[in-house]
Design a binder for this molecule. Structure first.
Ligand SMILES: Nc1ncnc2c1ncn2[C@@H]1O[C@H](COP(=O)(O)OP(=O)(O)OP(=O)(O)O)[C@@H](O)[C@H]1O
Ligand SMILES: [Mg+2]
Length: 483
């Protein structure tokens, strides 16, 4: 055997009530260089599990007290990954079979032949080492795709992670909704790569990007001669995804006539290629995505209701970036690392003022917009800490000034102090609401230091008037929240 199975490090548990058998097994195995731990009963053997780590166990089947089968059961509960071999008397093939069903890897007939025994032991060890490698491989593969690319720790992000975890193992159809650039496709990929189908194909089709008349053949394929230009039979995306996952992106864009055909394919998991009459059956898991409000489209009769329900089995709503600003810093760090690496630059971060502007910005293009901005800044700035001046106008100070510009001085004039104070109130309240009344964050958003903000809030009595908890408390017992 090769080095990997060097017997020196291998510890074998031997369970047999018959002392002669126990001793001869121990002798033979130790001669071969294995370490052996003999036990006279199942109970003794189980006790040994506390203090020792085994690579393999051999157990007799006929034992007083705990039988071999019971011992196998107990082992399966305690150490399901430990490989076991059973020892059977001659002629008791049925028990051997029962033992294999109970999880034993192989069996050896007594009285045993030494070479036969050693061969079986080696094979079992090889198997268990393969199994270990395999499960490690699977684990790394899993963690590789797990959520590495999916950054976020906000409650909203966590909710999505939990949903993905829950649905990944199933074949259920998932409908991912959210504004553009929120990460819908990333959700779809993460589901696929965490699903049992991960080693099969993930086939994506953007229903909005393909001209209507071509979409059907893209989805279902076509037979040779089905239409002008169909010079050969072509397999569609449904067939390509067989065994794997089909990602129907921008599904809201699909023409009603095709919606019918999609519905049937989803219901029956079968269809015909364009221009063909042979029925094709496929096994695909469907994940659909849209940035449209499909329910509203159903009401307006632009999207088939039956198709909507067929797709909306498990809805996952990806929130816009402005509703998860807690994740902003993490995302920025992630993108800075990535683009610094890719472009060989050394941008370190943003000034506090720039950060507060980024946090206050609405991000209509969501994470994609952030990603693009960071890429651009990394290329253009190259290094150092990025300040407000480098930010695009729409994010920079001018944004606030523009809002102020909308205040129109009435012909009759106004009370300057009151108006400025109202304006202050509005900004502070917005910051407080956006930060869920976490004053540190609100101060950051306003580019104020915390003490200044706290003083203003106190002086203006904003907390008493507007804090949601205090307002709720008013309705009930106010005494709980006297702070
Ligand atoms: N949680 C996240 N962590 C890191 N990157 C993300 C995250 N969410 C999205 N991204 C990145 O943002 C970009 C946009 O994501 P994606 O393409 O999945 O969005 P989408 O919702 O499908 O957008 P669209 O509606 O425009 O098709 C991608 O480059 C993606 O890798
Ligand atoms: Mg997308």
């Amino acid at each position: 055997m090769g080095d990997v199975y060097s017997p020196m490090m291998i510890n074998i548990l031997v369970v047999d009530d018959d002392e002669t058998v126990r001793e001869s097994l121990t002798y033979v195995l130790e001669q071969e260089g294995y370490q052996v731990s003999p036990a006279a009963s199942g109970r003794d053997a189980l006790a040994k599990l506390q203090g020792e780590v085994f690579d393999l166990f051999l157990t007799d089947l006929n034992m007083p007290g705990m039988t071999g089968l019971e011992f196998l059961e107990a082992m399966r509960e305690r150490q399901p990954h430990l490989t076991g071999i059973v020892l059977t008397g001659y002629g008791s093939v049925e028990t051997a079979v029962a033992a294999m069903k109970a999880g034993a890897y192989d069996y050896i007939s007594k009285p045993f032949d030494v070479d036969d025994l050693l061969l079986t032991v080696r094979r079992a060890l090889e198997f268990s080492s393969l199994r270990k490698e395999n499960s490690q491989l699977k684990r790394t593969l899993r963690s590789k795709y797990r959520f590495v690319n999916m950054i976020g720790e906000s409650p909203a992000a966590q909710r999505i992670h939990r949903m993905i975890e829950r649905v990944a193992d199933t074949d259920s159809t998932v409908l991912v909704t959210g504004e553009s650039g929120t990460g819908k496709e990333l959700v779809a990929r993460t589901i696929h790569f965490n699903s049992p189908r991960r080693e099969q194909a993930l086939v994506a089709i953007n229903c909005g990007a393909i001209p209507e008349h071509l979409l059907e053949s893209e989805l279902f394929g076509h037979e040779k001669g089905a239409f002008t230009g169909a010079t050969a039979t072509r397999v569609g995306r449904f067939e390509m995804a067989h065994g794997g996952t089909l990602f129907l992106d921008e599904v809201g864009e699909m023409h009603p006539s095709l919606q019918v055909k999609l519905l049937r394919a989803l219901q029956e998991r079968e269809f015909e290629r364009v221009g063909g009459n042979r029925t094709v059956r496929v096994d695909v898991r469907i994940i659909a995505a849209t940035n449209q409000n499909l329910e509203a489209m159903v009401r307006e009769r632009k999207f088939r209701e039956d198709l909507f329900y067929r797709l909306n089995v498990i809805p996952i709503e990806v929130p816009p970036l402005r509703e998860r600003t807690e994740d902003l810093e993490l995302l920025i760090t992630h993108f800075l690392d990535r683009f610094n690496g890719e472009k060989g630059r050394k941008v370190e971060g943003f000034t506090a003022e720039a950060m507060s502007l980024l946090a206050a910005y609405e991000w209509p293009g969501n994470i994609r917009e952030l990603e693009n901005l960071i890429e651009r800044l990394v290329i253009l700035e190259g290094g150092g800490i990025i300040g407000v001046d480098a930010l695009p106008e729409k994010i920079g100070h001018r944004n606030v000034t523009a809002a102020m510009g909308r205040v129109v001085l009435p012909d009759t004039g106004l009370n300057f102090d009151d108006t400025v104070s109202e304006f202050e109130d509005a900004l502070i309240l917005q910051a407080l609401e956006r930060s869920q009344w976490v004053k540190n964050r609100a101060a950051q958003l306003l580019g104020l230091n915390r003490t200044t903000l706290v003083e203003k809030i106190k002086k203006k009595g904003l907390e008493d008037r507007y804090h949601p908890r205090l307002r709720q408390a008013e309705a009930g017992s106010a005494s709980e929240y006297t702070q």
